[in-house]
Each structure stands twice: as C-alpha cells, then as structure tokens.
Design a binder for this molecule. Structure first.
Ligand SMILES: NC(=O)C1=CN([C@@H]2O[C@H](COP(=O)(O)OP(=O)(O)OC[C@H]3O[C@@H](n4cnc5c(N)ncnc54)[C@H](O)[C@@H]3O)[C@@H](O)[C@H]2O)C=CC1
Ligand SMILES: CC(=O)C(=O)O
Ligand SMILES: [Mg+2]
Length: 372
C-alpha cells in the first residue's frame, strides 16, 4: 500500500503525522511511504531521516495526495487539502466534525473513507488516540492561562502560586478526564488552589484516590459550577462527550459575575468549546476579551510543542496505522471494533452517530458499511 504524509498547513501547526520510526516500520512491512518535503521540519525530523529508512520525498502535497492510498496527518484537512481527497482513499487524522459542517460536507463530497483519531476507542475505556494530545494540552493549559493572567496580556495580574502571605490563583477545571487531570496536576504543581469538576462520581472518586490533597474534586452540577465560576481566577474547559459538540457550561451572562481579568482556557474548543463565548483562536493570536474576561481558545494547543507531541501521537497511532496498511481499512475495522469507532465518513455517508446528531445528518450504521 502507498502511505502518504503531507506537511501540516494549519497555521502554526508544526507536528507531523508520521515519524521516521513509523515510516521505517511501514517500509519493513512492504509499504511504500511518500512524505512531503519539509513535513518533519517543525518536529525536528529532516527529509534525510525519512529517506534513510526507505521513504520517498515528494515536492508538493498534491503529489502525496495523488499517489497515496492512505493519507496520515495530524489536523483536520484544510479546504485545499479536502479538494485533493478522492473516493477509495483512506484519511487517518483528527477530524472534530461535530462543530464543523463545512468540513463534513467536503469530506462527504470527496467520497473518501475518513477515520478520526478522536473517536477511536479502547477496550480499557478512554480514547487512545486523543489521550496523548490531551495529556499535552492539559499540561499546557495552566501555562498558557498563567501567561494570559499577566496584566500586560489583559489578565488580572495574579501569580499562579502566590507568595508567602498572598493567596495563590484559584483554578477551576471543568472535566476530569485526560486534559483535566493533567491540567489540574500542572496547576497544582505551580502552587495554585485547584478544584476539578466532573459529572461522573466514579471519576471523581478515582481522582481523589490518585491525587489526594493535590486538588479538590467537586460534582459538576450547574449551581455549584456557577458558584465556583464567580470565585475563579482561571477556568479550564476540559469536558468531552465523545464525537459530540461540547455542552456550553458557562453562559455569556455569567461573565458579568466573574472577576474582571479572569481567564478562560477552553481546551474543548476543537469540539466547539464549552464556554458560550468561545471561538477558535491560533497560536499567533491566541487570546481575546469578552465582557472583561480573557479567552484562550487555541484548537491545536499541542502544536506549540511539536517534538513532544509528534512523538507522543506517533506512539499511539502506529499500531492502528499498521493494521490499516497491512489488512486494508475494511478488514482492519472488521477485526477491531475500537478502530471501527473511528470511522466518521465513508463514501459520502456519516457513520458516527454523535456527528450525525450534531449536524442533523442521517447516519449509516457501521455494520452496513463493514458487512453490507
Ligand atoms: N485544544 C486542543 O488543542 C486540544 C483539545 N482537546 C480536547 O479536550 C477535550 C477533553 O478531552 P479529554 O480530556 O481527552 O476527554 P476525556 O473523555 O478524557 O474527559 C472528558 C471528561 O469530561 C467529563 N464531562 C463530560 N460532560 C461533562 C459535563 N457536562 N460537566 C462536567 N464534566 C463533563 C467526562 O465525565 C470526562 O471525565 C476534548 O474536546 C478534546 O478533543 C484535546 C487535546 C488537544
Ligand atoms: C486533539 C487535537 O485536536 C489536537 O491535538 O490538535
Ligand atoms: Mg479543528
């Protein structure tokens, strides 16, 4: 099979979908690997590292899309990339379709088979291809929020850890999954006073057992959430309903109840955001203000640390990529129901129920596609 890896073109996205180690394994398994020139530069991988393991370098993305049976990427295909997809081709990447009707329409129109990292599941529970990037984004969130809290950046001028005699920043993390746990640990490590909210009591018990007094756990009912929102210096949005658009947990009218210069870091922005006033921003222009509250809503946060992120993502995607390449997509999905949950679009049809619900589009059952 021909596996193609284009250079990422989303603004300030420096990760790459295939590491030289992954390329080597694909070549050893008898596949042809085509990488766009410079694709690995941002993550510190040279073209030579790919050619040394037997990959071919292409001058343009068009050559990669033209040649490949299977395209491996990091971020959702941008409009110009979507035009290059074709029926029968397999796309393996993050998609985040629920809040993105335009991308969904284009992918359906392309006829391609589109497998989204973020809805692949695992037998142990959780989302194995989202988790590594959630770990990165979670650890980054307090760091980015701390920067936004600085007065020169529009924030209220509060130091995360405080100093002797002065109370530290109050950080509220909504959602205690992969992002939330790593964010809470990092914020607590910076000395902040941290509370984690989740609507899953078993998850809160687990966090309490694992982390003890490092941070407090709170059940996420709307009234309690509203109380904590008022007192917070920083709120980190880290909720997820897999595949679906994020629920809006802080409404615009609540901003008036908050401290002026408080910071909202909406990590869930890739699923549409969990604060009503969130809209996607970029690393180049990451923050904006609404009603005196600073918003940080970068949809590809791990792109800020592409070396760590590329290696972490590659560790997780590689076994699935090899299954798709070695068996062909249909057999790989028949053999592994967790990988099958990643199928979002096939030959013009939506196959992921939460995406269909979010966008009011009909959903074709996976079984019809795989065994019909
Ligand atoms: N902006 C970025 O660069 C990145 C964004 N993300 C996004 O971060 C979000 C969180 O991802 P993960 O932590 O991996 O998900 P996860 O599934 O590990 O955790 C989500 C948590 O949210 C909780 N939850 C769901 N609805 C809730 C509600 N109404 N109130 C309180 N808690 C609620 C769940 O019980 C779960 O514990 C996702 O949207 C993911 O795509 C992940 C990585 C990078
Ligand atoms: C998960 C995601 O959207 C990212 O890593 O950019
Ligand atoms: Mg996106």
């Amino acid at each position: 099979m021909k596996i193609g890896c284009p250079k990422e073109i989303k603004p300030q996205e420096y990760r790459v979908g295939l590491t030289p180690h992954a390329a080597a394994e694909a070549v050893q398994n008898g596949h042809e690997v085509i990488v766009e020139t410079g694709a690995g530069d941002g993550a510190g991988f040279t073209d030579k590292e790919y050619t040394d393991v037997g990959a071919t370098i292409a001058d343009t993305a068009a050559e990669v899309f033209d040649a490949a049976d299977l395209i491996v990427k990091v971020k959702e295909p941008q409009a110009v990339e979507r035009k290059m997809l074709r029926k029968g081709q397999v796309l393996f990447t993050y998609l985040h379709l629920a809040p993105d009707p335009e991308q969904t329409k284009d992918l359906m129109g392309s006829g391609a088979t589109c497998i989204a990292y973020e809805t692949v599941t695992s037998a142990q529970g959780g989302l194995p291809l989202l988790a590594p990037m959630s770990e990165v984004a979670g650890k980054l969130a307090p760091q980015m929020g701390a920067w936004a809290l600085q007065k020169a950046n529009g924030g209220m001028g509060v130091l995360m850890g405080g100093v002797p005699g002065v109370f530290p920043a109050r950080v509220v993390v909504i959602g205690g999954g992969a992002v939330g746990t790593h964010a809470a640990r990092a914020a607590a490590g910076m000395g902040a006073n941290v509370a984690v909210l989740d609507r899953s009591l078993p998850r809160l018990r687990q966090l309490d057992d694992l982390f003890g007094d490092q941070f407090k756990t709170v059940y996420a009912n709307p009234a309690l959430t509203a109380e904590l929102v008022k007192e917070a210096d920083m709120i980190i949005g880290a909720v997820l309903v897999p595949g679906a658009a994020a629920p809006k947990l802080v409404k615009r009218e609540q901003l008036a109840t908050m401290k002026p210069g408080a910071v909202l870091v909406d990590v869930a922005i890739d699923q549409g955001g969990c604060f009503e006033t969130s809209k996607p921003t970029t690393h180049a222009d990451p923050i904006y203000e609404v009603d005196g509250i600073i918003h940080y809503c970068v949809a590809n946060m791990p792109g800020a640390v592409p070396r760590t992120s590329t290696l972490a993502l590659g560790n997780a995607t590689q076994p699935f990529l090899m299954a798709l390449a070695n068996k062909g997509w249909k057999q790989a999905l028949r053999d592994d129901p967790h990988l099958a949950n990643g199928l979002n679009v096939h030959d013009g049809q939506i196959t992921c129920a939460p995406v269909g619900e979010a966008l009011d589009l009909p959903v074709t059952p996976l079984d019809d596609v795989l065994n019909g």
